[in-house]
Design a protein around this ligand. Structure first.
Ligand SMILES: *[C@@H]1O[C@H](CO)[C@@H](O)[C@H](O)[C@H]1NC(C)=O
Ligand SMILES: [Zn+2]
Length: 307
């Protein structure tokens, strides 16, 4: 079988993979009950597996990934553990130093909303009332649980990008684990809607030049933000920002930044979706998707879904 990812054609069957059923059993068990999306035959042919993985997806080797292109001198770090990490352009950590690379997107000529962590049961309400096109960065593990919500997001003209398979902090992972997080999210999106994502948002903004070197080999680009609503803190008891503070901050940012910018939000809970709709009114309907912000492609490639 011939498979094409951007300009990099690769043959799925060229890589022999053996994954011990024993290794994946416990993690598979945890998500099986909720999975709605059938595991496609093309993915069985390639991986030897028959069901979607759990939160620790197995690394499946890909022949277009060249490990020599991944820097070896950038150490792994846990979220918030920045002391040992060099603050330089060689490392360029967004989570530690707010560093962005020339191919990262982090703003937009027209202030626009983006939504992470879906699809969720709260997403349909957002889709029903949103007055503009937005970009949704989804988790593969959620797409296989709620494929209909994923499809209706795309069918309403929004653009969907990857937010990894299961929301790990990538700079703390081994190269193979980072690849697994990206490849399984791509396969989930391809199996749900027959397309390969171009845009990628790292969970927790966790990205450095080691993660970028892997991402680029998939033909993908990182999308960060220049305005964080901290909407998820609404769910966090004591330290929560209240809704009014979020609206005031959005208004201030809109004025101070002359209507430019990229807003980070989450379509995970009813409460963050309600905030998103109010923010939608404040920002206004003339928003852009990430590819519109930079004049890029919506997806690397589209397929006619075969069953
Ligand atoms: C995408 O899905 C198609 C089937 O619809 C399959 O032939 C192709 O190999 C898949 N590619 C990737 C990269 O998942
Ligand atoms: Zn997230």
């Amino acid at each position: 079988m011939k498979i094409t990812l951007g300009l990099l054609p690769f043959t799925l069957s060229a890589v022999a993979v053996s994954v011990n059923a024993q290794d994946t059993k416990s993690s598979e068990f945890s998500i099986q009950a909720n999975v709605q999306l059938p595991f496609p035959k093309w993915l069985t042919d390639f991986t030897g597996l028959t069901s979607w993985p759990g939160v620790d997806p197995p690394y499946i080797p890909l022949d277009f990934i060249d490990f020599e292109k991944i820097p070896k001198h950038i150490p792994a770090h846990e979220s918030g553990h920045c002391a040992t990490l060099a603050n330089n352009f060689d490392t360029c950590s967004f989570d530690c130093h707010n560093c962005v690379s020339s191919d990262d997107v982090y703003t937009c000529p027209q202030l626009s909303q983006t939504f992470d962590d879906g699809p969720s049961v709260a997403t349909p309400k957002l889709l029903d009332s949103l007055k503009s096109k937005a970009t949704f960065f989804i988790l593969g593990i959620n797409a296989v649980r709620l494929p209909d919500v994923y499809r209706s997001t795309v069918d309403r003209g929004h653009v969907v990008g990857s937010h990894t398979w299961s929301h790990k902090f990538l700079p703390s992972l081994k190269n193979e684990e980072i690849i697994a997080q990206i490849e399984w999210s791509i396969w989930a999106m391809n199996a749900t809607h027959g397309h390969l994502p171009k845009w990628f948002r790292p969970p927790y903004g966790g990205i450095d030049n080691r993660v970028r070197a892997i991402l680029r080999q998939f033909g993908m680009q990182a999308v960060l933000w220049d305005f964080d609503t901290f909407d998820w803190k609404l769910m966090n008891g004591g330290t929560a920002k209240d809704e009014q503070t979020i609206y005031d901050n959005v208004r201030k940012f809109k004025n101070a930044n002359q209507g430019h910018g990229l807003i980070l939000e989450h379509d995970v809970f009813g409460r963050t979706v309600d905030v998103a709709l109010k923010v939608n009114d404040i920002v206004g309907p003339s928003q852009l998707t990430v590819p519109q912000c930079v004049g890029g492609l919506d997806y690397i490639k589209r397929f006619d879904i075969e069953n």
